[in-house]
Ligand binder design. Structure first.
Ligand SMILES: Cc1ncc(C[n+]2csc(CCOP(=O)(O)OP(=O)(O)O)c2C)c(N)n1
Ligand code: SF4
Ligand SMILES: [Mg+2]
Length: 354
């Protein structure tokens, strides 16, 4: 006798997973399991990137993750597995990013570099990236050492900062923020991997920025540079972090109005209509004043402070894509008849050269 199949069990009860405006859950923004040391600042930055992209509702397939070599440069493997990714040669990520963005202007390029990758071997590429205003987010995960090769000083190590064995750095550091501002960069900010709120807001505004957004994030290396005597340790940052503002970000699709005392905030409207809101902690700081930004950074160094916040922003400067007058359609998908002169045009050119 035929028996009817057992009834399917009812679906497990429980709350539906939370999703963003694209209908994606945060899990869809995660990456592989980290192989970095537990407690490494770079892991915290990856977590903030996952949250940022999820909360802003960025389509993961629109993102191109780019990096060089180092523990920091490995970290794109630990977020956004659904995105494009390219792990370049040490210090050469900016040129790969430039090629990728120029070939496909619809990509959201997210570069992850280290202080060695950026300020030591990669300084030449970094300098030219900062003066071009290529649309991309460029994060320096700054721990003052070459973590991957076992903790040698990098070019951002402060004078007097010591290695674990007591050796002191005697060479003056490169301040990547001061350098980027001087070179013409259009969004320059500094944060700390341990400051969730500040870093999240800065990352969101960086995604909304239309040119290069350079974020220098102090990111302690717990294995080689988190001891007493280091100026890139959790303890040092706790005591020396000097924030310029309380940073918040209001996406274009949220029409939130928060009342503040007149004159206490500095609002920057990004090109997509979102707002970067800087609640001033220093009354006279104007993040659109390039000269003041560099001198304030130098003052902070003299005082032994680590200045964090949005140091400089210019949301209206022309991007590299505009300077090159690129066509709207991505070069990567232009059909050959639009990229190659016709036989008749070539014949005419050859005839003129004869
Ligand atoms: C051309 C080249 N030179 C040197 C190296 C060796 N190397 C690998 S990672 C690294 C430094 C990484 O330091 P950083 O960018 O600060 O990253 P971190 O590991 O500290 O996150 C060096 C010198 C290399 N891989 N390739
Ligand atoms: S060695 Fe340092 S930088 Fe590399 S993963 Fe470990 S803590 Fe992070
Ligand atoms: Mg480093």
């Amino acid at each position: 006798m035929a028996t009817s199949p057992p009834a399917a069990p009812p679906p497990a009860a429980g709350p539906a997973p939370k999703v963003n405006r694209l209908g994606l859950s945060v899990l869809e923004y995660r990456g592989g399991k980290t192989t970095l040391c537990a407690g490494c600042g770079h892991n915290a930055i990856s977590e903030r990137i996952v949250e940022t992209m999820y909360e802003l509702g960025v389509q993961p397939e629109r993102v191109a993750k780019l990096s060089g070599i180092g523990c920091s440069s490995k970290s794109p493997a630990y977020f956004m597995s659904r995105s494009h990714a390219f792990n370049s040669v040490h210090g050469r990520m900016p040129s790969v990013a430039t090629g990728a963005v120029l070939a496909n202007r619809t990509l959201l390029a997210l570069g992850i570099s280290g202080d060695g990758d950026t300020a030591s071997i990669g300084i030449g590429q970094f300098v030219h990236l900062m003066r071009r205003n290529l649309p991309m987010v460029y994060v320096v995960e700054n721990n003052g050492v070459y973590g991957l090769t076992k903790g040698q000083f990098s070019a951002t190590a402060d004078v007097g900062s010591t290695l674990k064995g007591g050796v002191a750095n005697e060479l003056p550091p490169i301040d990547v923020c001061a350098m980027a501002i001087q070179l013409g960069a259009t969004y320059v900010a500094r944060s700390f991997s341990g400051d969730k709120r500040q870093l999240s807001a800065m990352l969101k505004a960086a995604v909304a920025h239309r040119g290069t957004a350079m974020l220098d994030v102090v990111s302690p290396c717990v294995t080689f540079n988190d001891h007493e005597g280091s100026t890139k340790s959790y303890a040092y940052m706790k005591d020396h972090d000097a924030p310029l503002q309380e940073v918040s970000f209001i996406p274009s699709y949220e029409n939130i109005e928060v009342a503040y005392e007149p004159g206490t905030t500095f609002d920057v409207t990004m090109h997509d209509g979102s707002r970067l809101r800087l609640r001033k902690l220093e009354e006279d700081y104007d993040p659109t004043d390039r000269i003041r930004a560099v001198s304030r950074l130098m003052e902070a160094t003299r005082r032994g402070e680590v200045l964090t916040g949005v140091l400089f922003v210019d949301p209206r400067a022309p991007t590299f894509i505009e300077s090159l007058r690129l066509v709207d359609e991505p070069l990567a998908t232009l059909p050959p008849e639009k990229t190659r002169p016709s036989r008749a045009v070539l014949d005419e050119i050859v005839a003129r050269l004869r």
